[in-house]
Design a protein around this ligand. Sequence first.
Ligand code: UDP
Length: 477
Amino acid sequence: MKNNNEQRPHAILIPYPLQGHVNPFVHLAMKLASKGFTITFVNTHSIHHQITKTKPDGSTANGTDDIFLEARQSGLDIRYATISDGFPLGFDRILNHDMFWDGVLHVFSAHVDELVAKIVHSDPPLTCLIADTFFVWTSVIANKYNLVSVSFWTEPALVFTLYYHMNLLTSHGHFACHDKREDAIDYIPGVDPIEPKDMTSYLQATDVTTVIHRILYKGYEDVKRVDFVLVNTIQELESNPILALQENQPVYAIGPVFPTNVTKPIVGSSLWFESDCTQWLNTRPPGSVLYVSFGSYAHCTKNDVVEIAHGLSLSKVSFIWVLRADIVGSDEVDFLPVGFDEEVKERGLIVPWCCQMEVISHQAVGGFLTHCGWNSILESIWCGVPLLCFPLLTDQFTNRKLAVDDWKIGVNLCDKKLVTRTEMAAKINRLMCGKSGDEVRKNVKEVRKVMENALSSNGSSEENLNCFITYVKLKTV
Ligand code: UDP
């Protein structure tokens, strides 16, 4: 007798163990499951532990350990597995980041291999391996088990293209040229001339012996061998790099990959407890609040935090500031200026973490001071909120270029690299109240329309995803 699952594709999804990667992976899982896939979603023990212990009393969000329980109750076939990243739960992965990434580089694939071996003949059998581009083994493990190999890139296609052509950057002397070269890079296929300062920090850094560089070299060797690259971007916004990449292999823009109904998603993937901001926002006039967040990973200097605090104070604008306890590194505790809390208590809310989509979709929010994390940029466009850009590391420099120089949906926080309180207050006021704010607000609406079209039933992201699904289904028969 035929079983019901016979034609059902089954994909295993493995995000890189960072908040900005887990989020789009969760939503890709939901999307694929809603289109008839069986999904096995894999988190590391450590990420799982953090997600399921997000309440201050240590209880779990839905009373169980399974983050996909509600999704399954709504009819989706999403299974959940956790594996070790090679370190005990108590190991401080932020403080010992080099050791941690080195461990992930070397031991993680064995755990993935073991899990794949266990579920490859499950019901339905595994057909497809979708792993983060930062993993260096996707094609190898997929080939071993005869699976469709898919690399999911959670950053813009422009960033992907620059990494993809590291050899060209090296031969032209633009790789690792921090502060030594200013001439534009005008030879990367599909990339308009770009200044070296707009490359990711890893491409600029002069020390290229770090573990991240080893991950990039190996990851970008492997990605050239996968069957598909899926990118969390929008074809119409990045058509040149995408078309150029497609000369080499199938690369599909399927973004933005996040819950577009903006209500609380049924899968909680926050690594920290989300403070409620809605009650406070409800008391503020439309468009009056600046949301300030530097994402999950980036650090600022203590001086930057002090200048930002004074800038917020001088601007007289209302704000929500997501201030992670480790924002200036692990040992600094008292980094806010003395008396700041008292000074701004009438118009400022400081929280350690929140549900960002819920906050920026609130009508009271009129601007976003951001580190330019790619998810934050996509989410802000979706919510129609213009950006004040303060990139700190990795892809954020390139993302800033897209947002400010190309799409004109944001302004730079500082013209030089140094933040000053007066410049910051002036920029905040210009964004929130001035003419240039109106201009960028109008542009965000235009770009949002492009995004919305891409997600509509005949839109590019939807069609690209369907095309990918058709291929996987053919392989499943
Ligand atoms: N985020 C959140 N609450 C916060 C700050 C961030 O839910 O208080 C989410 C945000 O919505 C985004 C992710 O965390 O989906 C951060 O990803 P991004 O690429 O913007 O930055 P990263 O953390 O990777 O630097």
